[in-house]
Design a protein around this ligand. Structure first.
Ligand SMILES: Nc1ncnc2c1ncn2[C@@H]1O[C@H](COP(=O)(O)OP(=O)(O)OP(=O)(O)O)[C@@H](O)[C@H]1O
Length: 900
């Protein structure tokens, strides 16, 4: 039975025929009405954390009719699951059992760059390799080499690490070969498991004959595995049971045991500890996960009293007390340090809550994996569901290349390089693995995965990584952040500027012997006063400078100038942006300006091909890898990568962050935290941060600071893209009329410069055109409008415009698909989000507007602004004029564009 809790009774002790037992009543609103459920025994621990409003599921309850009503009670086979749609991760269950506050603290600080962590990862990878049959020495050498950068930053010697990893791996190898001797062991490494019944997800290190095997790189000389390790293995056992495997044992492999000197230690040296997994342990797992789900439900913070955590021996004791002290939390370990000022505390708590709300939304995405039918998921753009598996091939690196044929031309959010869940058709109960899309075209898809799944379906995989990084950035900014910086962030002090820094370093008195008074302010950009001022602000800012760059105003160019000016002053600079594309564009601008002393940090698949030469190699000799990063004057990475453990170890004089209007505050902080001073470049009139939850994360740090400190900002007011005719509406509507074409030549751009106007239909001869198409009234697609858009595109192509110069923008992916089917492949058709930051000679916008515009077409005006500011010479708007006129902004847009 399942429903929403409306009341929770107190636990009481009663006598039964089997002796004394606890019980507590839950009142639950189910699909058929309000029901009573009696939770017996240890399930009262769960009722104690339950609250009205939470969802609850009780499996295998006993049903009894009593005075005409059905009453439920738990049986020996029952599980009580709170908030089952919230998938608690197995590693969180393990942490929680060890100490509830440890689970919380890990959310705030993520895995640091520490040798035991890195070594643990390497050994795990070698374990996977050995299972896949890779040669022992090859696996060790290769995996150590792969961790080159991490090891280099830790100052580790590769030979020593190899030796230590080999010692651990030998324990694995010996144990594996024992299993092999005994016959037909069936192995599978790294298995992604999701339980919709128990609300748990996880990734088992390995599964042997259906039973979980967990690898621990520590030692354990007791006969039995550690309790928290047992809990972890039992969680996987529970997940496997849901797939119908009768799991009764699990194995923990303590690899360090094999490397211990027997004369120094005594105990049970065998690395592999097997134990039987009974129902009791699995119920314990579910109760622990319920406690976590309950904390997440009301975003409360554990104190450490919830479990029998022992603080005295805990490595995290100091951190725990500092966090408790600074954030004014109750903690079993106590508090140290001064409480944050009230406004910071309030900000921290609000932002923490907002990020957790985002986490809940991410979990709702997971739940859609089973709540939606395959067809619904496909309709929702969240999956490609009818793939026909073609073939698999094992690569030299042990990963599998999997190919499937597409049997229908569906659209989806999925793109090349995305992390997806590749499955045999059932991502929850079937064979499923995380995979990367390597190629996705109209008739075939190629993915790579650790296991050879017979791919028939790919699903969007809602990663929690971005949520995790936001929490870490928030924590770092508030608890570790410089107090001076925080004064500005919290409005206690105006940002300051040091004019001397703008003096020409070429004429630095230190070098030329001239006195300071003779040094002159440098001119950074001589043909654009606002850009010049922007660079000056960036260079002189002691705290923050804000560069507001409307479309095409040379943001990227200005960033390049600013970076070079900073480098000329001997500064180490972090160059960051929301997307890989913007990071690469900024580097390209630097390259064009003759500067290439930079290092690009990121994954091979994320970085544009022409920038791969600058990519920081993370594999190889530790010292060399580390030196390349540490010696680089300029380091470039997305803000997401700035939250990685490698980047969190770096420090910079200045951080320049592009696309800052699209970043949530915590995402911007991830970059800003790494530098002494920072410059945000963006436009809050274009795309806002994209988050699932509707809360304060939707407002960027850029916008907040621009509004708070207008004097720290400069607006770039000359644009290098659009004709006067095209830019007029956006300038008036979104930039107070202050945006202007940079030159007469730009202002005067016209379709006649592309084609002979006589070759175009009459209505397309102006630079801006509105085509009134009543449409078919569809909500997300409009076939009539799509036909008209296709006509317009073919008119331009017929007149001689190159297909690559034409772009089509539509508000919904479904309409993008409608139009894609009707135009040649080389014409880009996409949603606004994919067009931000790019431009075309000719842009056609399809509005799919009908009726009274009930459903917001471009969600908000900022998206329309982006759509209307991509074209250089010709902009064609296609939509239902009457529908659009029901909205004042769209009404003015229609008036501006025609029809006359
Ligand atoms: N001061 C300048 N002098 C000459 N050309 C410039 C200047 N500033 C920018 N440009 C040119 O204008 C064009 C647009 O500049 P850039 O790509 O930097 O704009 P952007 O603001 O980053 O664009 P978007 O709005 O797409 O992000 C580029 O071709 C660039 O070289």
């Amino acid at each position: 039975m399942e429903g929403t809790i409306t009341a929770v009774g107190d636990a009481k002790e009663v006598s039964t025929q089997y002796g004394k037992s606890d019980l507590a009543e839950l009142t639950v609103e189910t699909a058929t009405g309000e029901e009573q459920v009696t939770c017996w025994g240890k399930w009262t621990e769960t009722t104690e954390v339950a609250e009205p409003g939470m969802r609850v599921r009780v499996t295998n309850p006993e049903e009894r009719e009593y005075q005409g009503e059905t009453q439920y009670s738990t049986t020996g086979d029952s599980y009580v699951v709170l908030e089952p749609q919230f998938l608690v991760d197995v590693t969180d269950v393990r942490e929680y059992v060890q100490c509830p506050r440890m689970y919380y603290l890990n959310k705030l600080s993520s895995a640091p760059l520490k040798y035991p962590v890195i070594k643990g990862t390497i050994v795990h990878e070698v374990f996977g390799d050995l299972l896949r049959g890779v040669d022992f020495d090859d696996a060790v050498d290769d995996r150590v080499e792969e961790a080159g950068l991490d090891l280099g930053l830790l100052g580790m010697d590769a030979d020593e690490v190899r030796e230590e990893v080999a010692e651990n791996a030998r324990a694995i190898d010996a144990w594996l070969s024992q299993g092999k001797l005994s016959g037909d062991d069936e192995w599978r490494s790294e298995m992604t498991l999701i339980s919709e019944t128990f609300g748990i997800k996880g990734r088992a290190d390995a599964v042997r004959n259906g039973m979980p095997v967990e690898l621990k790189t520590g030692k354990n000389l007791k006969r039995d595995p550690r309790f928290e390790d047992k809990i972890q293995a039992a969680s996987y056992a529970l997940l496997l049971r849901e797939r119908g495997v009768e799991v009764d044992t699990a194995t923990l492999l303590y690899t360090k045991n094999a490397a211990l000197d027997r004369s120094e230690f005594s105990g049970d040296f065998s690395p592999a500890k097997e134990f039987s997994v009974g129902d009791g342990l699995m119920k314990y797992v579910v109760r622990a996960r319920n406690a976590i789900a309950a904390f997440e439900y009301d975003v409360s913070v554990p104190t450490g009293y919830e479990a029998d955590a022992v603080c005295e021996y805990c490595f995290e004791q100091d951190t725990c007390r500092v966090v408790a002290g600074r954030l004014d939390q109750e903690s079993k370990a106590g508090q140290i340090g001064r409480k944050l000022p009230e406004d910071e505390l309030e900000y921290y708590e609000e932002t923490y809550r907002a990020i957790e709300e985002e986490r809940v939304e991410t979990h709702k995405e997971y739940a859609k994996l089973w709540e939606q039918t395959p067809a619904e998921r496909a309709d929702d753009d969240r999956a490609l569901v009818d793939l026909a598996f073609e073939r698999k091939r094992e690569r030299a690196d042990g990963r599998w290349e999997l190919r499937a044929r597409r049997t229908s031309p569906a659209v989806s959010k999925l793109r090349e390089d995305d992390l997806v869940l590749a499955s045999d058709g059932d991502p929850v109960q079937g064979d499923a693995e995380l995979a990367y899309i390597e190629r996705l075209d109209d008739d075939e898809v190629v993915v790579s995965a650790a296991e050879p799944v017979e791919v028939c379906r790919l699903d969007v995989y809602p990663s929690e990584l971005s949520v995790a990084r936001m929490q870490v950035a928030l924590h770092d900014a508030l608890l570790k952040g410089d107090p001076d910086r925080k004064d500005v962030l919290f409005g206690r002090r105006e940002p300051e500027f040091d004019a001397e820094r703008a003096l020409d370093p070429e004429r630095d008195p230190g070098e030329s012997g001239e006195s300071m008074t003779e040094a002159e302010p440098e001119t950074f950009v001589d043909n654009n006063a606002a850009q010049d001022e922007a660079v000056r602000k960036a260079v002189t800012a002691e705290d923050v400078a804000l560069v507001h760059g409307p479309p095409g105003t040379g943001k990227t160019y200005t960033i390049g100038q600013a970076v070079r000016a900073m480098v000329a002053r001997g500064e180490r600079v972090l160059l960051s942006a929301f997307t890989n594309r913007a990071v690469d564009n900024a580097l390209e601008a630097l390259e064009e300006q003759g500067f290439t002393d930079f290092v690009r940090v990121g994954t091979e698949s994320g970085i544009r091909d022409d920038m791969l030469d600058y990519r920081l190699e993370t594999r190889g000799d530790p010292d060399e890898c580390a030196a390349r990063l540490q010696d680089a004057q300029v380091v470039a990475a997305t803000t997401a990568t700035c939250g990685s453990r490698v980047m969190r170890e770096q420090s910079f004089d200045a951080a320049l962050v592009d696309e800052a209007g699209q970043l949530t505050e915590p995402d911007a902080l991830a970059a800003v935290n790494l530098a002494e001073r920072f410059v945000l470049v963006g436009d809050h009139q274009q795309l806002p941060p994209v988050v699932r939850a509707e809360n304060e994360l939707q407002e960027s740090l850029f916008q907040r600071l621009v509004e708070r400190y207008p004097d720290a900002g400069v607006m770039l007011d000359k644009q290098y893209r659009m004709s006067q005719r095209i830019q007029a509406f956006a300038s008036a509507e979104f930039y107070d009329g202050e945006l202007r074409p940079a030159t007469g030549e730009i202002a005067g751009q016209h379709p006649r410069q592309l084609v002979d106007l006589d070759d175009l239909p009459e209505e397309l001869r102006d630079g801006v055109t509105f085509l009134d198409v009543p449409g078919d009234g569809g909500r997300n697609t409009d076939a009539v409008e799509a036909d008209r858009v296709a006509d317009v595109v073919s008119s331009y192509l017929a007149a001689g415009v190159a297909p690559g110069d034409v772009g089509v923008i539509a508000p919904f992916r479904a309409q993008v698909a409608e139009i894609t089917r009707r135009v040649p492949e080389s014409v880009t058709v996409d949603t606004v989000d994919r067009f931000q930051g790019s431009s075309k000679e000719v842009i056609v916008v399809s509005f799919v507007a009908s009726g009274d515009l009930e459903s917001p077409i471009f969600e908000d005006y900022r998206r329309v602004n982006v759509a209307l500011t991509r074209a250089k010479r010709a902009l064609v708007l296609v939509g239902d004029a009457d529908a659009l006129r029901t909205d004042p902004v769209y009404g003015r847009m229609v008036d501006w564009a025609g029809p006359d």
